[in-house]
Design a protein around this ligand. Sequence first.
Ligand SMILES: O=C(O)c1ccccc1NCC(=O)[C@H](O)[C@H](O)COP(=O)(O)O
Length: 206
Amino acid sequence: MRTRVKICGFTRMEDARAAARLGVDAIGLVFYSQSPRNVSIAKAIEITRALPAFVSVVGLFVDAEPDWVRDVLAEVNVDCLQFHGDESPEECRLYGKPYIKAVRMRPDTDLEGIEAQYADAAGLLLDAYHPDLQGGTGGGFDWDLITGKLALPLILAGGLSAGNAAEAVRRVRPYALDVSSGVEAGKGIKDAEKMAAFIKKINQTT
Ligand SMILES: O=C(O)c1ccccc1NCC(=O)[C@H](O)[C@H](O)COP(=O)(O)O
């Protein structure tokens, strides 16, 4: 099975369009005011309307008030939710939408236990741990922390770029790779050449 690609943290319509032309499977929009990649509802509508069919839109939240998530869902065409904070399984299920639960990996992370808790998730996104930031840090984590076999689709994130994408696919065999900083010219500003190189590497790797 080919490795899917999600690029996260778009803030500009033209970057999302470029990613779609390159064959990205999903784009991520960050609805978190503390992120440098935060988008307003109006901006998110502009970006999603620029996309062709068959590119999924993932809406990312960090410990958001349910009313904020509902406001976004009422206005923006979001296919899947991604929760990056301490949301409980019940909170993730509130909206009747497929959801991805992000896990910030530490040496003592009990992946199997987390998977059992979030068994109805559409995927587990494994990301780097940072003491102050919830994601989009550009930092990686030790892939040897991924032990055992997950039943849920594994989405690998954290410090990925064209430089390590092939190794990530070969070593981890994830369902998908998720990247943000590694394909940027600046925070929230995607670089078309870096996105192209990233996707090319993945497509070339078996
Ligand atoms: O991108 C952000 O600014 C962000 C802020 C808060 C929570 C999550 C965030 N991004 C989540 C993502 O899906 C990123 O793609 C993932 O963390 C990997 O980021 P990077 O290491 O920069 O590729």
